[in-house]
Design a protein around this ligand. Structure first.
Ligand code: AMP
Ligand code: MG
Length: 340
């Protein structure tokens, strides 16, 4: 019998008893989050992609705390979240191609532009570009409004580990270092934002596939080139999210083709299908959606990876998605998680 999914969050975790429960997404909770951020603290917040570890993007000390909490190398620049295009214009220079892409905002799209001097070097890893996003999640939007800040918010996980898509994931892996977490329920998309680099005039490059598919970008921009992932850390400096091994669970992963069979499954191993699969049952068989929906599978991917990772399995056999739409992002994250 396969595992089924509930979309409720559980704040219970035996290992994190001493850590305060996440703040509820109430007006009081969000006001508290905004005032902590204004005071230069870090707060984990839900976004429509994954949970982000937020800090005042224009305060270098606050931004430095994000790197320290995550154990993130300073060469990996942070995405700046702003409420609207006016706020965006205060951190980045406008670009003619942005007009077309701005139709996708608010939403799970990050754009790399030339930066303004207001943005500290720690945010951009010293580059003259800045990555910006106008997010859609009502909790993050309300905290942006209440705080009046631009917020850096990389995924709220230890660097290199699987991104969090529930408040409980943040609490489990980062709660001891960042007790302030707002619980906004499970994230809608479950994979990180699509990143498009517009910093070279007239050129659009997809740096990271995400919930906004390449097909959609092409209808808005015409030509979009795709930057391949790399195993070379120095080549990855401009887009360190492009490092091949990233988003990785501790357990080894073996991938198999969409619609294909996993092959022999040994004891101490598990199989992760996109949807229910006739002929495969038992405690080692899991599915990411009821009907094979890639959107639902993406939403549940990191949660199931984390739960399977906690079982100390020898191997997880994971089914790839058909590559259209968000399937490209799903396959990208699985492929990186499987990289050794
Ligand atoms: P995340 O890890 O989700 O916070 O996404 C951060 C990723 O955005 C980085 O790893 C880079 O791939 C990309 N990024 C952020 N800032 C820049 C920048 N200034 N130039 C190029 N890519 C950037
Ligand atoms: Mg991340």
């Amino acid at each position: 019998m396969g595992a089924t999914f509930t979309h409720g969050t559980s704040n219970l975790c035996v290992l994190t008893d001493s850590i305060p429960s996440p703040l509820p997404a109430t007006p009081e909770g969000l006001a508290r989050a905004a005032s902590l951020l204004r005071a230069g603290e870090c707060v984990a917040l839900p976004t429509e992609t994954v949970y982000g570890l937020a800090a005042d993007a224009l305060n270098p000390e606050a931004a430095a705390k994000v790197f320290a909490i995550k154990g993130r190398p300073l060469i990996d620049p942070l995405i700046v979240h702003v409420p609207d295009l006016d706020a965006l214009a205060r951190v980045a220079e406008p670009d003619p191609q942005l007009t077309a892409l701005a139709l996708l905002w608010p939403g799970p799209l990050t754009v790399v532009l030339r930066r303004r001097k207001s943005v500290p070097d720690v945010i951009t890893a010293g580059q003259d570009t800045v990555a910006v996003r106008i997010p859609a999640h009502p909790v993050l939007r309300e905290v942006l409004r209440l705080s009046g800040l631009a917020l850096a918010a990389p995924s709220a996980n230890p660097f290199g580990y699987v991104s969090p898509t529930r408040a409980s994931h943040v609490r489990d892996s980062l709660g001891a270092r960042c007790p302030w977490i707002v619980d906004g329920g499970p994230c809608e998309h479950g994979v990180e934002s699509t990143i498009v680099d517009l910093s070279v005039p007239g050129v659009a490059r997809l740096l990271r596939p995400g919930p906004v598919p390449l097909e959609r970008l092409k209808t808005l921009l015409g030509e979009v080139s795709v930057v391949g992932r790399t195993a070379n850390p120095s080549a990855a400096q401009a887009a360190p999210g492009m490092l091949e091994r990233h988003y990785s669970p501790g357990t080894r992963l073996r991938l198999f083709a969409a619609g294909g069979d996993p092959g022999p499954v040994g004891s101490g191993e598990a199989v992760m299908f996109l949807g229910r699969r006739a002929g495969f049952t038992g405690p080692a068989v899991f599915h990411l959606s009821e009907d094979g929906s890639v959107e639902e599978a993406a939403r549940n991917l990191f949660d199931l990876l984390r739960r399977l990772d906690a079982r100390g399995l020898a191997l997880i056999h994971a089914e790839l998605a058909p590559p259209a739409g968000v399937g490209a992002a799903f396959n990208d994250r699985l492929t990186r998680a499987a990289a050794r």
